[in-house]
Write a protein that binds this ligand. Structure first.
Ligand code: SF4
Ligand code: SF4
Ligand code: SF4
Length: 216
């Protein structure tokens, strides 16, 4: 299946949060008020005003008392979206998939406040949220308007390290393969691409997935 893909190389992520802020700025989303809870991650999770979040996790290793894991998270734009399967059971055309694979929530999602919890739970990563401002279920829309205009999504454009990449399937999968080989060489054979057959946001990680993000 062709179309557009993200590739996230966690080995290059410095947690600068440029992607998170660029998303906020492009979407004109307000800040989410939070309290300090013992982490540099902010906010605690994705929400109606936060479509991309850089997760910070700390775990000890054999060599170090603390190792930081960074994981920039947003909708994976699944090839068979579980959220769409759930919503299609309630109403048709509330979630559509465009010609390059972006999974898009239409204004029909405004009718589904009562089902918002079930829709969130249907996503393997608990990505969508109810927006009090927009009064609908919301999530990343792949910046489809920018992509249609020949631009990169705002988050990918902002990444200064080559961690967050976006493009056509063939070029992204080639890049992912090259970076995986480089990571395995650097990290003693460790490295994998997550969910490569199922999603349009491919993650390269070099340790167990549960260290990067809470298991949904
Ligand atoms: S990641 Fe979740 S919200 Fe995004 S398309 Fe897949 S199931 Fe839907
Ligand atoms: S693609 Fe656009 S909407 Fe999605 S996380 Fe990136 S900036 Fe936000
Ligand atoms: S902009 Fe790039 S380096 Fe910075 S947090 Fe996002 S993915 Fe990581």
């Amino acid at each position: 299946m062709a179309g557009k893909f993200f590739f996230i190389d966690t080995t290059r992520c410095t947690a600068c949060r440029g992607c998170q802020i660029a998303c906020k700025q492009y979407k004109k989303h307000s800040v989410t008020k939070t309290k300090q809870y013992g982490s540099y991650q902010n906010p605690l999770d994705l929400d109606g005003n936060t479509f991309r979040l850089v997760r910070f996790s700390e775990h000890p290793s054999k060599q170090n008392s603390m190792v930081w894991y960074f994981f920039t998270e947003a909708c994976r734009h699944c090839l068979k979206p579980a959220c769409k399967k759930k919503v299609d059971q309630i109403t048709k055309d509330a979630i559509i998939v465009n010609d390059f694979g972006a999974v898009l929530y239409t204004d029909k999602m405004k009718e589904l406040e009562k089902s918002s919890k079930a829709i969130k739970q249907s996503c393997p990563w608990s990505i969508p949220n109810w927006s009090k401002e927009e009064k609908k279920m919301v999530k990343c829309n792949m910046c489809y308007d920018r992509v249609e205009a020949g631009l990169l999504p705002a988050c990918a454009k902002a990444c200064p390290t080559g961690a967050l990449n976006f493009g056509e399937e063939a070029e992204i999968k080639k890049l992912a393969k090259e970076r995986l080989a480089a990571a395995k060489k650097k990290f003693g054979g460790r490295g994998e691409i997550l969910d490569i057959e199922d999603v349009r946001a491919l993650y390269l990680i070099t340790d167990v997935q549960a260290k990067y993000r809470p298991v949904a």
